[in-house]
Design a protein around this ligand. Structure first.
Ligand code: ADP
Length: 542
């Protein structure tokens, strides 16, 4: 028997159509670059997305062509998520924290037709525009009253709200091939030139289903979701799509990502779920603790992109009753691969054991399979001890980067993540390092993530980074770089003795260097390669 069930393409536009029909009055709140707070509903979102789809057609953007955004999290960015992808073009989100030359490279490589930008990024656009040939049109995401005065851009500059005013909201979302590209995000290029990862409509919708599930991000129509993770990096971990699928209220922070601004937004909008990288949460916790505040509505927070230190999990869960969902993913995975949520028997474990589990990156979502392999390419056991190269495959894992000049990354049908991990008998994966960050001491691996996790447990440590430093006897030894909390007079001996009994003796770093800051990359992660350049010879004789 065949043809029993309807066949419908899995399309990004269907998420918006669903939200408009079933959750039309649900709110979307945005802090704007213009300085105020904007509110409207999914009904308005859908109407304006259709108007913008008509505008894109007038601008001559064809199916399959790329339309770029350089923007914060906000409602206009959300409208572009659906107007661009829904009409069959490809939404290319640009990361404003990249260097101008890298941005120019990416825009040219993707052959973007139009670039939409938030006013904050006008200076960046003015620097990039003379370096690129492809986009002929730049659109400022604002209204006529806020249109900037600019000179020196040899391309056409248009106004977002003017474009909307010129078009009506009658637009039929086309029935597209579900395997065609809906959006495009470049890796941050910490290891060579950035590579474009195109997501398909199908992969995006399947990722949305999986991300919303109870053991994933656990999202529902009762939630108020604040994506702090940027819409310019891997589609804000899919949360804009998830919110449409489940009909959740959405709160967008705009450019204000400091602890105070985030806390005010969380409280005034009654946010229940948020998501971001550890460095952002550090700022929020510091602010809330300094003012003796509590979270009155927030129940869960997703932490990923870098290891979530146990001290942070404790702070959220014990001090603030906010559950931490530690998640792992990458640009090539749309991005979510694993989420750490307990199995039934783990719920009654002593708290210390639960924290040990929560330091892991968690279990694979249905739709993703994973394995660890040794240097001989053979699969390693799931014993929680054997560490190997983590490989994944599944519905939302890339098999081909954008452009003809890039080779397929797959090995035997698996995507090599570049992470080193263990997997325990219950299927919980734990990243011990990125392969390029691993410390090899006397031929044995030391996990920099484990060392940082211990350092963060010390109450006077604000930031901790462990790197491999060259060593005359052991090839490499761990070196710990620490930013102290304000007012602390912590000494290195005291911090090193803190490791006694917490890690194997030979894992303890040989030295601590106190620094004022650590360099952060375009997605808020520590740039370990820069620190290795600076401190890599620390143990070598001068
Ligand atoms: P890049 O930083 O190279 O641009 P991504 O932003 O795609 O790449 O980040 C993916 C990488 O971030 C993963 O391969 C992994 O090394 C790291 N990562 C993501 N989430 C976690 C996590 N929860 N714990 C540890 N590392 C993580």
């Amino acid at each position: 028997m065949q043809g029993l069930m309807m066949q419908q393409s899995l399309l990004v536009s269907a998420l918006l159509t669903h939200a408009e029909r079933h959750h039309s009055e649900q709110e979307i709140v945005s802090r704007r670059v213009e300085g105020d707070v904007h509110r409207y509903s999914y009904r308005h979102l859908a109407q304006r997305a259709r108007r913008m789809a008509n505008a894109l057609s007038t601008l001559g953007v064809a199916r399959g062509e790329r339309v770029a955004t350089l923007a914060w999290n906000g409602y206009r960015h959300m409208e572009l998520y659906f107007s661009v992808s829904g009409s069959g073009s490809v939404l290319h989100t640009l990361n404003p924290r990249l260097h101008v030359d890298q941005l120019a490279y990416i825009i040219e490589h993707a052959e973007d037709r139009v670039v939409f930008f938030d006013l904050t990024f006008l200076p960046l656009i003015e620097s990039v525009a003379p370096q690129v040939k492809s986009p002929k049109i730049f659109v400022a995401m604002t209204d006529r009253a806020h249109m900037p005065q600019t000179s020196g851009m040899n391309a056409m500059l248009m106004c977002y709200e003017d474009l909307l005013d010129l078009h009506d909201d009658v637009f039929e979302w086309p029935v597209l091939d579900e395997n065609s590209a809906s959006s495009l995000c470049y890796t941050s290029g910490t290891t060579g030139n950035p590579k474009g990862v195109p997501y398909s409509h199908r992969s995006t919708v399947l990722h949305t289903y999986a991300a919303a599930l109870p053991d994933s991000l656990n999202c529902s129509a009762r939630d108020v979701i604040l994506p702090v993770v940027p819409m310019f990096h891997v589609n804000a971990w899919g949360l804009p799509y998830v919110a449409c699928m489940v009909g959740a209220k959405l709160v967008f922070p705009g450019p204000a990502l400091d602890g105070k601004s985030l806390y005010e937004l969380i409280e005034t909008e009654h946010v229940t779920l948020s998501a971001g990288v550890p460095t952002v949460w550090q700022g929020l916790l510091t602010h809330v603790d300094a003012m003796g505040g509590t979270f009155s509505s927030m129940r869960r927070t997703v932490i990923g992109g870098a290891p979530c230190p146990t001290a942070m999990t404790e702070a959220f869960q014990q001090r603030h009753q906010v559950e931490v969902l530690h998640a792992w993913g990458m640009t090539e995975l749309s991005p979510i691969g694993t989420v750490c949520s307990f199995k039934a028997h783990q719920q009654s474990l002593p708290m210390a054991e639960q924290y040990t589990i929560q330091a892991k990156q968690g279990r694979a979502l249905f739709g993703i399979d994973m394995r660890i392999v040794g240097s001989d390419g053979n699969e390693l056991p799931w014993d929680g001890e054997s560490a190997g190269d983590l490989q994944v495959r599944g519905h939302w894992v890339t098999q081909q980067y954008f452009g003809a000049d890039v080779e397929s990354p797959l090995c035997d049908g698996w995507f090599p993540t570049g992470d080193i991990a263990t997997i325990d008998p219950h299927g919980f994966m734990q990243i011990t390092d990125r392969s390029k960050d691993v410390i090899k001491s006397g031929g044995e691996w030391i996990s920099s993530a484990a060392i940082e996790n211990v350092a963060y447990l010390h109450p006077e440590v604000s930031m901790a980074v462990c790197i491999a430093a060259r060593h005359p006897k052991w090839d490499e030894r761990p070196l710990l770089l620490v930013v102290k909390k304000p007012g602390s007079d912590l000494a290195s001996d005291e911090l090193l003795s803190f490791f006694n009994g917490r890690v194997a003796r030979w894992w303890t770093p040989d030295a601590v260097v106190f620094v004022d800051t650590v360099p952060l990359g375009a997605t808020g992660k520590v740039l370990k390669n820069q620190l290795r350049d600076q401190f890599g010879d620390y143990y070598l004789p001068a």
